[in-house]
Structure formats: C-alpha cells, structure tokens
Ligand binder design. Sequence first.
Ligand code: ZN
Ligand code: ZN
Length: 582
Amino acid sequence: MDAFAKEPVSNGRIAAALEEIADLLEIEDENAFRVRAYRHGARVVRGSARGFADMVALGEDLADLPGIGTSLAEKIEELVRTGRLAYLDQVEGRTAPGLRELLGLPGLGPRKVKALRDGLGITTLEQLESAVMRSRVRGVPGFGAKTEARILASLEHLHRRPVPHVLWPAAEPLVLALTRHMERIPGVTRVAAAGDYRRLRETVDRIELLVAAGRDARATERLLEYEGTDRVVSRSAKRVKVVLRNGLSVDLHMVPARSFGAALFAHTGSDDHVATVRRFASKQGLALDERGVFRGDARIAGRTERELYESVGLGYIEPELREDRGEVEAARAGALPELLTVADIRGDLHVHTSVTNGRDSPRAMVDAAAEHGYEYVAITEHTASARVSHGLDAERMARHLDRIELLNDRQDRIRILKSAEVDILKDGSLDLPRRILDRLDFTVSAIHSYFDLSAAPQTERILRAMDDPHLSILAHPTGRLIDRRDPYAVDFERILAAAAERHCALEINAQPERCDLSDVLARAARDAGVALVVATDAHRKEQLDFMRLGVGQARRAWLTAHDVLNTRSWKDLERFFAQRRR
Ligand SMILES: [Zn+2]
Ligand SMILES: [Zn+2]
C-alpha cells in the first residue's frame, strides 16, 4: 500500500506536483502553452476553497472546472487515488538530478536554471558553486553581481551543518601547513593564526587566518589552491571561507598592515574579551574595531596588539587569558600574572614505558626526556588492578624498580625518579603494598575504574586515598575525556580543601583528550592553595611534547611558575613530597 493514498491528498500537494511539472517542462523547452496550462492549473488548485480529493471521492468531473482540462483532471485523479503521478516521475526521470537541485535553490526559478545551463553548461550545484566563485555567473543574461551574491548566500546556507571541532594538536599541523602555503605567495607579508587555536583552547572549532599582502597578491584565490581544501563556502575580496577535507573550516581574512594588530585582536577573541576591551575603550571616548583604535576620525593604534592595548590604557594581555575572567581589570591594575612557560618546566612526572602500556622502552623514554633538557623524569607504570594497562603487581613492580635503579646508576644525564601510577581502588585504598610504596620517590595516583559512582561515595573514595601519605599527586583528577566521557561526579570543593590541607598536588594532565584539570578547575585549585603539576602521561617519546599543551592549559588557568611543582629542582620537590609523609 502506498502511504500517501491513506491520507487525503491536499490541494497544496497537488499544486506542488503541477508546478514541478511546469518547471521541468520549461527547462526542457516544452511549448509555452503546455507549461502555462500546468502553472495555471496549479494556481486553480491552490486557490480552491474545496478539497480536490473530496471532489474526486464524490465522483465529480474535474474537467468541468475552469482552468482544468481533461489532461490535468486525469493527472489530479491519479494523484488523489494512488498518491503518485506517473507523468511527474517520467519528467523527473529524464531531467538531470542536478538541475532539480538547482531548482530547489531559493531565487533560482526554471528560467534562471535554464539560462545557467544554456549559457554556462551548469547542471549541478558544484558547477554552479565553482562558476560563482570565478564570478562567471554575472555574465549570463538576466544575472548580475547581486544575483551572484544571492546565489552564494543560498549555497552557503545549503552547506550549513554542525561544525566538527578537533582537539588542538589536530589543528596544529593544518595551521602550520596553511601558514606555509600562504607565506609562499609572492606579495604576502604576514600570516598569523588567530581564534581558539591562538588561545590554546582544548578544541578548535575553525581556523582563523589573517593575511597581510600587497595589492595584487590574490591571496584569497591562492587559498583555494591549498591541497587540503575541499570546498569553498563563501568568498569576497577580503575574506574567503573554505572547508578542509577533514571537515574543519578555515576563515581567511585579508588585512592591511596598519590594521593587523587590531584584526588579530578581534579574530583571536574570545568574543567576551573583545567586547569588554571595547567597552573599556569607549568609556575613554575611543572607538575600537577590526581596523584599529580611533579617537574621532584619527587612528591612534592598530598595527600591533600591544599598541592597541596600550592605547586604551591596558597592559598587553596574553591570548590564553582572553576569556573575560578578570584579565581586563588585572591588566588595568598592572596585576597580570607572569604566566608559566615551557622553559620553566624542569621535568616530567608522569611517563609510561613498554613495561606496561607505553610503546618505548624505559631507556628510550629517559633519553628522550634528557633531550628535552629536563633535570628529572619519573617513570610511572600502572599497578595491577588497571588490568587493561598491563599493570604491575607487587612482585613485578619490585623487579621493575630494581631495573630503574640500575638504569639511573648507569647514566648521569638526568635523574630518574622511582614512581608509579598507583590505582585508587573502589574503597579508596592504594593498589600497592606499603613496602613497595615506601621505595617510591613519590606517586601519581588515579582512578581508572568505577567512574559512575555517585558524588558522595566517589568523593569519599578520593578523600580516603588522599589520607594515605603515599599519595603525592592526584592524576587526571576529574577523569573527563573530551567528547567521550564526562568528569566523574565529585564534590570538587571538598577535594580541593583536602588537597590543600594534606599537601597533595593535583595534576594538569597534558594528554590532548584529557586536559584534566580544565583551565577553570586548575585556577580554582591554585586559588584554594593547592600545588599543581603539569605532566604529559606520555606513552611514547613524541608525547613528551604534549607538555606544551599542559603548559597552555596552566596559562589559561593564570598559573605562574611558582604555582607549578615541576618547575622546582628535585631537591625542593623532594621537600614538598616529604611533608606528606611526616
Ligand atoms: Zn591514568
Ligand atoms: Zn598514566
């Protein structure tokens, strides 16, 4: 049974079918009289107060109605009785599917579609898009630049779909490749990435690129030649928006050199930060936009961001702080923090090797850490209850520690710290016997099971683990995985209070999908007097580079070197951990 036949076919649906026939016949150059007959019939049906389906059911002869001849009457009856119209199927069947999509574009009637096909051979959306991008459509009779712009807007609307975001490290190679591509264009003087990427957000929604170039660099066109470009969404002389093959979109803005700083500021965001600075400027009678800072008609700043901030009476604000979380007030008071840098980091305190679920040998990881210029590195293998990670039981851990001691004795480039990622069991106890824990320089401890306990027992579990003086650092404290797993339910304030009181450090885990703690929680931890550690949780050599992400997260949390334990010498660090064991 046809589903349509069960419900009476509405006048609207009949009219739409007749109109579609008219449109398709018109594109086919069918004689104008027939086209007009279908269009007229459609109008009659649409304007009728009575339902055509009822008339058919009552056995009335539709051909008697003015404007509906025998041929149309038969077709309407067929549609009402069967829910289908064989003639429409037939006309549709012989029309290129692309042409029907073109007809569906707002503002493109059959006459325009026909003109595009006859004038430029366009029969698909892709061909139309490409012709619009090359400004060829405006040359077709009946089209102008305005129609072209309207078509572009419709195409953009058609392409609108949820924007995928990527983790920051996935955006990085794209940003670097695009930057290199644009920098190679003769006449381009400067390329800079702005947006979430520049603010080192955990995820990047789209890439914002600013380009300064001489007049004839044709940079927006050249972006289209970038091999990773999948399609163009919109384009003008000053701005082009494309979607890359991986689905991420790129906004490229052409900016004059004298406005580069102002544009960088505007496109770096966040929107809230920009709005707050703008309000701050306007209170002083200054206008701030993408072109610069203006007093009346006079541009007083815009070439660099520093100049822009200073012109409104603020110190330079690092991109990572631009979230409208008090940074403007702090800048005004000269009270911005001196943010942590990668160079401040003296060692990585959370590293796995092939002994459990890492890829590289202890020796290879230690060498790689030494090459980072670190003073110390901690090898932190999993314990037995973390079964999926091939964790070590007490005996195997003991032998592993023997080998680490040996490895440490055999080289003097870097101090290898004896540690372990000790699992916190369901009851809050640590997954190693005391005699092994006592051998360790410190521990990172973490939850790897029972993520779904409710807040009260989960909080108790962590507090009980913190009661054990062997717990030195609570690793990936909330357990969230970006886009994959929410943080566990915990009373985070109680955990912070307990950590501060007991001198437990909290980790900022630099694995891209963890970034755990978040910027907001890390700042709350610092404010609660809790010491923080930035560590990579590297499972292979290259992942030691994630330190940059962890440091980015710490910067977004307003942390200074003073707030982060692994900026200290091992001696100072040892003293900190020793407080726990007293
Ligand atoms: Zn872990
Ligand atoms: Zn780990």
